[in-house]
Design a protein around this ligand. Structure first.
Ligand code: SF4
Ligand code: SF4
Length: 356
């Protein structure tokens, strides 16, 4: 018989020591589950055991006091076990239905809304931003806070045609993921190079190799080894900035935000889909990013009105077609949404402008 692999430090840790005892006992042996109310899941195992899970939204980036508060709630009102979902919600498991209401009350009182299940707008998956990462062009958590304040009721209700996953990404190249609606940084000018620093800070061959359109080449500037960018080729992706910070791409005016629509990772009812850009050049306007929130809400509520039951945003757009999507959402279709990268002959089917 094949040997079980032992967990290693760099691999996924073994989750069994942290599971609620009822989940461990019935692992993979569940008969059915339902949702008694938004924010609560009810699982019934073949053994007859039942587990109620209460899901609450968190701010994802949490200080130690907030984590302690959540742990105290888990000890006092639940059964001492929690887990986090992929969208930064926290879940508390209990084996007794009488514990559900007091738990919901304690969470709500402490400021954690209960919801995010089924056909709701779940917490926005947001990236780390300035707190942990060295390349962001905006504060992802700020845009999330501003938007979730306005979408609070859609989190605690299950009123959407299907679930809605939102994401933010504070650079163009990494964490954004495929979401129903995503807010993603958009650089609009090529990087500015500080030639005095390049030789000391950057490993030039790896920076040259990093550029997806081969726009960077080694150069001698003022007698020092440096780099130069062919600005006609550059697609302003920002991929050169992480390995070479002297190639500054972030700009208070020219780093904008874009909105992308129609991505999903699930295989339910249809294949996974890539999201496509539908609004570009929005101002990166802290602390409340009103221009971004307005467009996201317009898309979201048009989808809510117009989609059929169980259609994800990608299914809805696929049925009505992209031209109708732009009309219904009052969004202008501009040249900036056209994928004119010379490699696009290989990915035309992934852009909004042409289908074949
Ligand atoms: S989206 Fe980019 S900038 Fe933001 S945390 Fe991820 S890698 Fe860093
Ligand atoms: S921003 Fe992107 S396309 Fe432009 S030079 Fe850097 S890596 Fe190349």
């Amino acid at each position: 018989m094949a040997q079980m692999r032992t967990p290693i430090e760099s691999g996924v840790p073994d989750n069994r020591p942290f599971l609620h005892p009822a989940l461990l006992k019935n692992y993979g042996r569940w008969r059915y589950h339902d949702r008694p109310r938004p924010g609560v899941l009810h699982h019934v195992a073949h053994s007859g055991d039942e587990v109620w899970t209460v899901r609450a939204g968190t701010q994802r980036q949490m200080d130690v006091y907030t984590i302690r508060k959540l742990c105290d709630i888990a000890d006092q009102y639940a059964e001492g076990h929690v887990r986090f979902t992929i969208r930064s919600n926290i879940e508390f498991m209990v084996g007794d239905p009488a514990k559900v209401e007091p738990l919901i009350e304690a969470l709500t009182k402490a400021g954690f809304p209960v919801g995010g299940t089924g056909n709701s707008v779940s917490m926005i998956a947001h990236t780390q931003g300035w707190l942990h990462c060295d390349i962001p062009g905006t504060d992802a958590s700020g845009a999330v806070k501003a938007l979730m304040d306005e979408l609070y009721t859609e989190f605690i209700r299950e009123d959407m045609p299907n679930r809605v996953h939102l994401s933010t990404s504070c650079c163009e190249i990494n964490c954004g993921g495929q979401a129903d609606i995503a807010i993603i940084v958009q650089h609009t000018k090529p990087p500015k190079i500080n030639h005095d620093l390049v030789a000391n800070v950057c490993e030039r061959p790896s920076v040259v190799a990093r550029c997806p359109v081969a726009a960077i080449r080694p150069a001698l500037v003022n007698g020092k080894p440096s780099l130069e960018v062919d600005e006609k080729k550059c697609i302003c992706c920002g991929a050169c900035y992480p390995p070479c910070p002297p190639m500054q791409i972030n700009d208070p005016e020219h780093s904008k935000l874009a909105i992308w629509v129609g991505g999903k990772n699930s295989n339910a009812r249809g294949k996974p889909t890539f999201m496509k850009m539908v609004a570009s050049g929005l101002p990166n306007n802290p602390p409340r990013w009103p221009e971004v929130s307005e467009i996201v809400k317009k898309i979201l509520y048009t989808y809510k009105e117009d989609a059929r039951s169980w259609e994800r945003i990608s299914d809805w757009v696929e049925r009505i077609g992209w031209p109708r999507f732009f009309e219904k959402c009052d969004l202008p279709f501009t040249k900036y949404l056209i994928d004119d990268w010379r490699g696009s002959r290989a990915n035309l089917n992934a852009s909004t402008h042409i289908r074949f």
